[in-house]
Design a protein around this ligand. Structure first.
Ligand SMILES: [Ca+2]
Ligand SMILES: [Ca+2]
Ligand SMILES: [Ca+2]
Length: 270
C-alpha cells in the first residue's frame, strides 16, 4: 500500500462561488465536478517561498529558478530511477506503465516486444534534446511504458480523439495526436507544464513551451494547451503521482514538479 502523507494539509477551492455554509470539511472532497485545485502547502514556506504570492509571468520565472536547482542523471541511471519512482504499490517487483496502466516486472526493461522502456512524455524530438543529461534525462517527464505503445505515441502532440491504441489501457490516437487513458491525463498535463517552466533556453537546450496546436514536429513546442489545461482540472493529483514527486525530490533530482503540489498554478501562468 502506498504511503499517503497524511501530514499534508489540503486546501480545496470550489469552482463555484456558492460554497454552502455549514458543510463539514470531509464533504469537500476533490472531484472533477467541484474542484479546480487541490493545493498541497507543505513546501510553501520553504521550497516555494520565493514563488508564493506571485502570478502569471513572475510566478513562472520564480518557479523556473526554484526547479532549476537540481541534481541531473545520466540516461543509463534513468532505468534504476524509474524502478523506484514508478514502482507498483501493490507489487514491489513491478512498475506501472503510464499509458497502458499495466503492472510489469522491473526486470523487463529493454527494447524487445513485451519489454518496457523510457517514455519521454515531452517527446524528445520537440526541441531535439535527445538523451544527453538534461531534459532528455529529467525524471519529471520520463515514465515506464510498453515498447510498442511507446512507439504508437511516437512524437505526437496531445489532444482528444482517435481510435483505441492496442494495449494502451484506453488511450486513443489518430494521425497527429495522442490521448492518454483518463487516469493519467492530468499527470501528462502536469509533466508538460513542468517542462515548459524548467527549460527556458539555458544550458544549451531549447526553450520548451506549450502551444495551442498539434503537429508541432521538431519545434520546441507541445500542444494542445486548451486540452492539457482541461486534463489538469479533470484528473487532479493522486497518491501515486504525489508519491512519485516526493521520490524524485528526496532521492534523485532534489527538485519538485510545482504543478503536482499546486495544480492551480497552471491557470495562473497559462
Ligand atoms: Ca488529432
Ligand atoms: Ca491521475
Ligand atoms: Ca520554457
Amino acid at each position: 500500500m502506498l504511503a499517503i502523507r497524511t501530514r499534508r494539509r489540503k486546501a480545496v477551492v470550489l469552482a463555484t462561488a456558492t460554497v454552502l455554509a455549514g458543510l463539514s470539511s470531509p464533504s469537500l472532497t476533490a472531484s472533477p465536478a467541484t474542484a479546480t485545485t487541490t493545493a498541497h502547502t507543505d513546501y510553501d514556506s520553504t521550497y516555494y517561498k520565493a514563488a508564493i504570492g506571485k502570478t502569471g509571468a513572475s510566478l513562472k520565472a520564480a518557479l523556473h529558478t526554484i526547479v532549476s536547482d537540481q541534481t541531473k542523471l545520466s540516461y543509463s541511471a534513468v532505468w534504476d530511477a524509474l524502478k523506484a519512482t514508478d514502482e507498483d504499490p501493490a507489487d514491489s517487483g513491478n512498475v506501472i506503465l503510464l499509458y497502458s496502466g499495466l503492472s510489469r516486472s522491473k526486470s523487463l526493461n529493454g527494447g524487445d516486444t513485451g519489454d518496457w522502456n523510457r517514455e519521454h512524455v515531452w517527446a524528445k524530438s520537440h526541441g531535439d534534446f535527445g538523451t544527453a543529461t538534461g531534459p532528455g534525462t529529467d525524471l519529471h517527464h520520463l515514465r515506464p511504458e510498453d515498447v510498442q505503445v511507446n512507439g504508437v505515441r511516437g512524437n505526437k502532440d496531445f489532444d482528444d480523439g482517435g481510435s483505441a491504441v492496442s494495449g494502451g489501457g484506453g488511450s486513443l490516437t489518430d494521425s497527429d495526436s495522442f490521448e492518454p487513458r483518463d487516469a493519467v491525463k492530468g499527470d501528462v498535463a502536469r509533466m508538460i507544464f513542468y517542462m515548459a517552466v524548467r527549460y527556458e533556453g539555458g544550458d544549451g537546450f531549447a526553450d520548451l513551451e506549450v502551444n495551442g496546436q498539434v503537429g508541432n514536429g521538431s519545434a520546441p513546442y507541445i500542444g494542445k494547451l486548451s486540452v492539457l489545461k482541461t486534463w489538469n482540472d479533470e484528473d487532479p493529483p493522486d497518491a501515486f503521482e504525489e508519491h512519485r514527486n516526493q521520490v524524485v525530490y528526496d532521492d534523485y533530482q532534489h527538485n519538485r514538479n510545482p504543478f503536482i503540489d499546486h495544480p492551480e498554478w497552471v491557470e495562473s501562468i497559462w
